[in-house]
Write a protein that binds this ligand. Structure first.
Ligand code: GLU
Length: 448
């Protein structure tokens, strides 16, 4: 049995109830086979892969808070500090009822390689809670965030672990968490990213994941002789990633005709109106049927009632920007049947392994999330730099840095894939390129 197979078997046995984590590990370790083969005995002796798959630290805690009726509610909080070989732990906080340790571990594991690909000094971590922000009042959100940070604040710090946003955690939540951290620790430091502009946030951080996704997608298309201008694009999701992906795609001359939320999706034959979408999602915090009600060219589809989704719509480029495993094999078949040329993941692991392999078999260009959505965390690292030097960079400076980081990521993953004989396989390329730097640092730092 090869070393990779041995480790895979051990990881499966040890984490049997965490399918998302196993899915992420399986994809990465399978891609690393050609790199591991070169130094198999050495890596095995040093248990490099076992260490890579075991978080350095996992914190699980009670989050009690009081709702607007005076009722005490209790949620579970998590922070997984996965790998600090190349920098302080860095990764978002997910607030969603689906959160359990397996989700946080999968996200933290992905973050190790994603953060490495940015070329910046950030390790991998992730946190969250099973708290559901939907339908909560501002006061309830603040109560929850303060309680969450009351425990988390003893485990994080500007040079230790720097959380940020993710699903359910946006600017409002980061503000409340930052206020509580400062109050308890009496430190004004860059302990969180995605902060408001008046207290250490970076210009372009809000846009960064979506913009970065398009910078990388555009580079991938260009390198394969395809012009993004005039192409029809389907986007899923209607959160921060989706909104700014749609905006940048339109600026590049493409036409984005779909977006979705947890209950339904929109087809807008004239192209999504980003200003209206922002108003509905960011200001009113309403559902997408409100978009269709306000826009004659748009049709709203109820997901459950119709059993349909955005991948039914023919497009040249598909950008899944909602959540993990939202695009399965049936969706992949529909997209390929409709002639899709490229898929790039704005969310973390939105495509199942089976669907990913199907796209690759059919010659569809496929950019995995750890490369394609790295723009958010890359910009977070730029926010950390600005906080450290107590300076504020212009929007243009941050955006230009972001663009060059994303273009570099594409060329690095492309080169890594080619070097190991997998030309055009950007999944293999991203995993190998992300791994190499982390492995080098881990080996240099000894058995820790
Ligand atoms: N949650 C984002 C991600 O999945 C951003 C993390 C960060 O900025 O630290 O990469």
């Amino acid at each position: 049995m090869s070393y990779v197979d041995e480790v895979l078997a051990k990881v499966k046995e040890k984490n049997a109830n965490e399918p998302e984590f196993l899915q992420a590990v399986e994809e990465v370790l399978n891609s690393l086979r050609p790199v591991i083969a070169v130094n198999e005995e050495k890596y095995k002796k040093l248990a490099l892969l076992e260490r890579l798959c075991e978080p350095e630290r996992q914190i699980k805690f009670r989050v009690p808070w009081i709702d607007d009726n005076g009722q005490v509610q209790v949620n579970t909080g998590y922070r997984v500090q996965f790998n600090s070989a190349i920098g302080p732990y860095k990764g978002g906080i997910r607030l969603h009822p689906s959160v359990y340790i397996g989700i946080i571990k999968f996200l933290g594991f992905e973050q190790i390689f994603k953060n490495s690909l940015t070329g910046l000094a950030i390790g991998g971590g992730k946190g969250g809670s099973d708290f559901d922000p939907k339908g909560k009042s501002d006061n309830e959100i603040m109560n929850f965030c303060q309680s969450f940070m009351t425990e988390l604040c003893r485990h994080i710090g500007a040079n230790t672990d720097v959380p940020a946003g993710d699903i359910g955690t946006g600017g409002r939540e980061i503000g409340y968490m930052y206020g509580q951290y400062k109050r308890i620790r009496n430190l004004y430091e860059g302990v969180l990213t995605g902060k408001g502009l008046s207290f250490g946030g970076s210009l372009a951080r809000t846009e960064a994941t979506g913009y970065g996704l398009l910078y990388l997608t555009n580079e991938m298309l260009k390198s394969n002789g395809i012009d993004i201008a005039g192409k029809t694009i389907c986007v899923s999701g209607a959160g921060n990633v989706a909104i700014y992906a749609i905006q940048k795609a339109q600026q590049m001359g493409a036409k984005v005709v779909t977006c979705s939320d947890s209950t339904g999706w929109i087809y807008d034959e004239e192209g999504i109106d980003v200003a209206l979408l922002k108003e509905i999602k960011e200001v009113k915090r309403a559902r997408l049927d409100a978009y269709a009600a306000a826009r004659p060219s748009a049709v709203y589809h109820d997901k459950k009632a119709e059993g349909s989704n955005v991948w039914d719509v023919p497009c040249a480029v598909a950008l899944p920007c909602a959540t993990q495993n939202e695009l399965g094999i049936d969706d992949a078949k529909k997209l390929v049947g409709n002639g899709v040329l490229a898929v790039a993941e704005g969310a973390n692991m939105p495509t199942t392994l089976e669907a990913t392999e199907y796209f690759q078999e059919k010659g569809v260009l496929f950019a995995p999330g750890k490369a394609a959505n790295a723009g958010g965390v890359a910009c977070s690292a730029l926010e950390m730099s600005q906080n450290s030097e107590r300076m504020i960079w212009s929007f243009e400076k941050v955006d230009k840095s972001l663009e060059s980081i994303m273009i570099n990521i594409f060329h690095n993953i492309d080169a890594a894939a080619e070097k190991y004989g997998f030309k055009g396989n950007y999944v293999v390329g991203a995993n190998i390129a992300g791994f190499e730097k982390v492995a080098d640092a881990m080996l240099a730092q000894g058995v820790v």
